[in-house]
Design a protein around this ligand. Structure first.
Ligand code: E4P
Length: 217
């Protein structure tokens, strides 16, 4: 499964890219507002540190302006993916931009039939929002399973990008359900390394090694 980071903080993303485990980045208008700074400068900085897909979202809601914004966003770098909302205009813009060779990520997906429409629009990525469904008392992971089944039934190449991830368990369950990618907030990404038995096991190994009085270097 590809690991994307859900953030618009260019500095933090550059640091996380050093792990060698980051395959891409997703941003959205709320994350851009939270990070502050100029949107285009931020995108350039992110694209300089992460070579994989970087989703940048349009803010227009009509087809023509979405196309213009999407084409402009794509001038920032070759690895920019145009993020479009799952609306009739958004899917129409997705079809046109994909036909022109611009990869698109259709966002704010909350149902399997919405994901079916995004696949038919030729989206490179579909972003089902797990956490927000869970927040509303629904089962977000069931949506991933349904989309996986539909895409496999018809061999749709659209990649499932599990989004609105809140916990390490979400990452695990999305991987089990067959999501192609997960976009993970920085704090959740850092938590994926953690297990108390790793910490206590390492401490015991170091104590025993110190008792030998030996060195490797
Ligand atoms: C996805 O691309 C979105 O940026 C993101 O996952 C939204 O997550 P949230 O529900 O935590 O805002």
């Amino acid at each position: 499964m590809q690991i994307f980071i859900d953030s618009a903080d260019a500095k933090e993303l550059a640091a996380l890219a050093m792990t060698g485990l980051v395959d891409g980045v997703t941003t959205n208008p709320s994350l851009v507002a939270k990070a502050g700074g100029d949107f285009f400068e931020t995108l350039k900085a992110i694209c300089a540190s992460v070579s994989g897909p970087i989703s940048a979202e349009v803010v227009a809601q009509d087809y023509e302006t979405m196309l213009a914004e999407g084409r402009k966003l794509r001038t920032v770098a070759d690895n920019i993916v145009v993020k479009l909302p799952l609306t009739p205009d958004g899917l129409r813009a997705c079809k046109t931009l994909e036909d022109e060779g611009h990869p698109c990520n259709v966002t704010l997906c909350f149902s399997a039939v919405q994901a079916l429409l995004a696949a038919k629009a030729g989206a490179t990525f579909i972003s089902p929002f797990l956490g927000r469904l869970d927040d509303g008392g629904q089962d977000g992971m069931q949506l991933i399973r349904e989309i996986r089944a539909i895409y496999d039934n018809y061999d749709y190449p659209t990649q499932i990008l599990a989004a609105s991830i809140r916990t390490a368990s979400h990452v695990r369950d999305a991987a089990i359900a067959g999501a192609d990618c997960a976009t993970i907030p920085p704090a959740v990404f850092k938590s994926l390394y953690k297990h108390h038995l790793t910490d206590s096991g390492l401490a015991a190994f170091m104590k025993d090694w110190a008792a030998t009085g030996q060195k490797i270097l």
